[in-house]
Structures are given as structure tokens and as C-alpha cells.
Design a protein around this ligand. Structure first.
Ligand code: FAD
Ligand code: SF4
Ligand code: SF4
Length: 478
């Protein structure tokens, strides 16, 4: 019997692709990890123990067939590995880069649990699909037969694009509407290039266009076109508009110049990266260059802001978070990256006010301690009376999270049911809303979430829409 190339976790230690030096990373917006060399990818894939019940797979939102594509990679059968990987994931190279693997697939790998260090699933997934692009194995969609029905998708983020891809493969006519001038949603304008380089997203969009998906950009639904007009043009609709209303602070001086929203700051930076004219950046309003920057928040958006400010040449960058390191929502991996790059974290610190008059010049910081747990079990931050410090700042970025916009009001569709948090109500498997033929996916249903969950929703909604269209066709034929 031939010897298996697998189960090498005892002799081969976990090894990530090479990480660029922090001093170099600070200078540009390129990704921080290099690609695996072929030999290294094979070697790392071969560490997998081919579990009969693979917990990595059950904890991947897309239930990717991880053990199979790891084994094929270890055997050097990369094209087959790619074929299997893309069966369940619309954008494997994107998930390989930006999924929080420590909370999903890798965090549940049995080898990690047994203390040997997880199989580097995300890096191998990225390697397989980047190789597929280089080798020309990723081809535009070419449906076996065209269908007459059309679906309108509002929002060109990962949720909308995943639905578009799957519907188009089945021959459906697909039009994607987006208010921005480029597709990709937060993958294009939210997430910085040092986590996800933009050509990786753009080549996907070009492929979708080449496969017959129509994009109508610069089209703000509710303003440029009504929801009802779009609904009238298509047999089914997918709402995939994400969440963009920034949570705000109530504190004296918060309206001062120089106190800005994370989404505006990151969008301006990403636009600059595309080479666009961005007057708010060029005027200095949304640029950190030469400034003392304070970012408020402890989530992944805050981590993206601090690391962007470093790369823009800020004089200093500090992150204020009201709980401690152990209790922050952002990924520990990103905190470590930020610290290496020169960010200072002020734990147990909350903003109490902003001074400087019209233009911010400092933040009054209230020191906190952790008190009793709240209903969710998380310890609540409490103020320490009299413990206040003043921190100088020329730019303050508020990264406190996002909420849904009021879609029924914005779009004048009173009939669309939303939850008490304002997210659209949709069936958790079919993603159907209460309006016939209208589906909703991604952050607008889940609240601020992850790219991989948006992809899953988009794919599932596409399958439900195909059933809906097939039923309609059957009724018409009878
Ligand atoms: P979006 O990506 O938000 O796309 C929605 C699209 O709808 C946008 O293009 C928008 O322009 C369009 N739209 C909205 N309203 C209208 C309208 N009225 N008319 C027309 N178009 C409209 N997730 C990860 O998995 N890993 C990460 O590392 C990560 N980092 C993040 C960093 C930041 C700074 C942020 C903000 C989020 C991050 N996320 C990350 C979360 C992830 O980006 C989202 O969960 C995901 O993009 C949601 O996908 P979506 O398709 O639901 O919405
Ligand atoms: Fe892991 Fe994300 Fe890939 Fe699933 S999609 S295997 S969770 S990196
Ligand atoms: Fe391989 Fe780890 Fe998945 Fe088991 S849990 S199949 S060892 S990657």
C-alpha cells in the first residue's frame, strides 16, 4: 500500500507564509503575508490528520471540504484541489486572506486542540486559488443554457456577488445595482489593502462581467431608482445593502472638526489607493499624515483604522478601548500586528469629551475598570471616579460599529418587515423576506458580520430563488 503523504503534524511544525517586517509594512498598503512557496504549501497541507469527523469543516460557514483539498495539495494535485475548493466557496482566495480563521476553521482543528498548532487552512486555501488564477484555471461563467428570467440584486458586496455568481451559472439574467462607482462593497472600500489587495477583488468583478453579469453602478436605490421600479423589472430581487449607519458618541465637543467616522476615513484611504481624486483626503481632513491620531473602539474596524493611520505617516497612533485586551471584540492577531507596527493601546479608557473648540486638539480620557458581568456574561466597564487624563489629538476616528439604515423608510416600502434592530427579516435558510420574490442576505440581515457569512447567504438565497423561478415556470406551463 502506498504511504500516505498526510499526518505530518508530529514531525512538521506549523509555519505561516513569511510575514513582512513591520518597518517595511508601515511604508505601504500591500498585504503583510507573502505567498507559500510550492514546497511549503505541500508540506503544511500534509500536516492534516484527515479526521473522519472534520471539525474544521463543520466550523467553516461554507462547510468547505477542507480535508480533501488539503490532501490534494499535499499530493501536488492543485487543479483538482481548486475544483473542490471553488465548489463550496465563491471567493476562496478572499476568505483565505480575511476570514478570522482562529475563530472558525483553524480554531477548531483537532491538531490545534492537541497542542501541535493548527493546520494553516486559510493560507493553503489562498495559495490554491491564487495558483488557479496564475494558471488560468479560473474561467468566466459560461452557462450550459440561458434562461429568460432575470434577478435584480441591490448591493455589490460579497453577499450580492455570491448570489449573482450562482444565479448566472444557472443561466439566469442578473443585474447588480450599487450606489458606489466600483463593485465589491466593503471588500473594495472598507477593508484596507494590507489585508486584502484590491486587484484580488477587481479581477473577480471583471470575471463576473465577462460571464454576463450586468453592473449598474452609481445607482443609489431609493434616490436614482425606486425599489418598486427595480422590482417591476425583475422576476426576483436580492437585497444585499450591508450596514452603513455609524454608531455615534454622546460627549461634549464630539462635533468638532477633526472628529471623523471610521467608514469615511477608510473609504477615502481606499479611494486614494485606487488613484482617485479625493478632495477630503487631499485637504488633510481625512488624512492622518503628520497628525496625533486617536482611534476609539476595539473591533476590527478600529484595528484597520489604526494600521491605516500608521501607513499614512501619522506622528503617533493610539487606540482607546473601554475594556481590556482580553475582552476586546477585535482579533488578537490584528492587535499584535498593530502593536508591531507602532500602535499604542490605551486599555480601560473611554472618551469623555473633546476639547479645542472648532478644531479638536485633545481628548479627555476617562479611565475604567471592569465590574460585574451583564446579561451576556461580559464584564461591564465602570468609570473610576476622578481618574481622567488628557490625550493630545489632531485627528479622532470613531470606530464604534455599524447599524442598518431604515430601508422601509428610505425606499418607501412600508410592507418590508424589519426586526427591532432595523435589520431586514428573512428566513434563515431561504433568505426570503415577507415580500414575494424578495430575498435579503449578508449584513443587512445579520447586522455587521463577516464576508464568509455574506457569501453563504448569497449562495443559499440563489438556490432558493432558482426553486422559486422553477415553481413559477411550472405553474405557467400548466
Ligand atoms: P457590503 O459589503 O457592505 O456591501 C453592500 C453594498 O450595497 C455596498 O457596495 C453598498 O454601496 C451597496 N448599497 C447600500 N445601499 C445601497 C442602495 N440604497 N442602493 C445601491 N447600493 C447600495 N469581514 C471579514 O470577514 N474579514 C475582515 O477582515 C473584515 N474586515 C472588515 C473591516 C472593516 C473596516 C469593515 C467595515 C468590515 C469588515 N468586515 C470583515 C466585514 C465584512 O466586510 C462585511 O461583513 C461584508 O462585506 C458584508 O457583506 P454584504 O454583501 O452584506 O455588504
Ligand atoms: Fe476557513 Fe474561511 Fe476558508 Fe472556511 S472560508 S475554510 S472559515 S478561511
Ligand atoms: Fe485536518 Fe485539522 Fe480539519 Fe482534522 S480538523 S481534517 S486535522 S484540518
Amino acid at each position: 500500500m502506498a504511504e500516505t503523504p498526510m499526518l505530518k503534524f508530529v514531525t512538521v511544525p506549523r509555519d505561516m507564509p513569511e510575514k513582512r517586517e513591520a518597518s517595511m509594512r508601515r511604508e505601504d498598503f500591500q498585504e503583510i503575508y507573502a505567498e507559500y512557496a510550492d514546497v511549503k504549501a505541500k508540506e503544511q497541507a500534509a500536516r492534516c490528520s484527515q479526521c473522519g469527523v472534520p471539525y474544521c469543516q463543520s466550523h467553516c460557514p461554507l462547510h468547505n471540504n477542507i480535508p480533501d483539498w488539503l490532501m490534494l495539495t499535499a499530493e501536488g494535485r492543485l487543479q483538482e484541489a481548486y475544483e473542490i475548493s471553488q465548489e463550496t466557496n465563491t471567493f476562496p482566495e478572499i476568505c483565505g486572506r480575511i476570514c478570522p480563521q482562529d475563530r472558525l476553521c483553524e480554531g477548531n482543528c483537532v491538531i490545534e486542540q492537541s497542542g501541535h498548532g493548527t493546520v494553516t487552512i486559510g493560507s493553503v486555501e489562498k495559495y490554491i486559488t491564487d495558483t488557479a488564477w496564475e494558471e488560468g484555471w479560473v474561467k468566466p461563467i459560461a452557462p450550459a443554457a440561458e434562461r429568460g428570467e432575470s434577478v435584480g440584486i441591490i448591493g455589490a458586496g460579497p453577499g450580492g456577488l455570491a448570489a449573482a455568481d450562482r444565479l448566472r451559472r444557472a443561466g439566469v439574467q442578473v443585474t447588480v445595482y450599487d450606489r458606489y462607482d466600483r463593485a465589491g462593497g466593503l471588500m473594495t472600500y472598507g477593508i484596507p489593502g494590507f489585508k486584502l489587495e484590491k486587484p484580488v477583488v477587481m479581477r473577480r468583478i471583471e470575471q463576473l462581467e465577462a460571464g454576463g453579469v450586468t453592473f449598474v453602478l452609481n445607482c443609489n436605490v431609493g434616490e436614482d431608482l425606486t425599489f418598486d421600479a427595480i422590482r417591476g423589472q425583475h422576476d426576483a430581487i436580492v437585497i444585499a445593502t450591508g450596514v452603513y449607519k455609524s454608531r455615534d458618541l454622546q460627549a461634549p465637543g464630539v462635533g468638532a472638526e477633526g472628529v471623523v467616522r471610521a467608514i469615511d476615513y477608510l473609504t477615502a484611504s481606499n479611494r486614494k489607493g485606487f488613484g482617485d481624486d479625493v478632495p477630503e483626503f487631499d485637504s488633510g481632513e481625512l488624512s492622518a499624515e503628520g497628525k496625533r491620531v486617536i482611534v476609539i473602539g476595539g473591533g476590527d474596524t478600529a484595528m484597520d483604522c489604526v494600521r491605516t493611520a500608521i501607513r499614512q505617516g501619522a506622528e503617533s497612533v493610539k487606540c482607546l478601548y473601554r475594556r481590556d485586551r482580553e475582552n476586546m471584540p477585535g482579533s488578537q492577531r490584528e492587535v499584535a500586528n498593530a502593536e508591531e507596527e507602532g500602535v499604542e493601546f490605551l486599555w480601560l479608557s473611554a472618551p469623555k469629551g473633546f476639547s479645542g473648540g472648532d478644531e479638536v486638539s485633545s481628548v479627555m480620557v476617562q479611565k475604567m475598570r471592569l465590574g460585574a458581568p451583564d446579561a451576556t456574561g461580559r464584564r461591564m466597564p465602570e468609570e473610576i471616579e476622578g481618574a481622567e487624563v488628557l490625550e493630545d489629538a489632531d485627528l479622532v476616528i470613531k470606530a464604534l460599529g455599524f447599524e442598518p439604515e431604515d430601508l422601509p423608510k428610505l425606499w418607501g416600502v412600508d410592507g418590508l418587515e424589519v426586526t427591532r434592530w432595523g435589520t431586514v427579516k428573512a428566513d434563515f435558510r431561504t433568505h426570503a423576506t415577507n415580500l414575494e420574490g424578495v430575498y435579503a442576505v449578508g449584513d443587512i440581515v445579520r447586522g455587521a458580520s463577516l464576508v464568509v457569512w455574506a457569501i453563504r447567504d448569497g449562495r443559499e438565497a440563489a438556490d432558493a430563488i432558482l426553486n422559486f423561478l422553477n415553481e413559477g415556470a411550472q405553474v405557467a406551463a400548466e
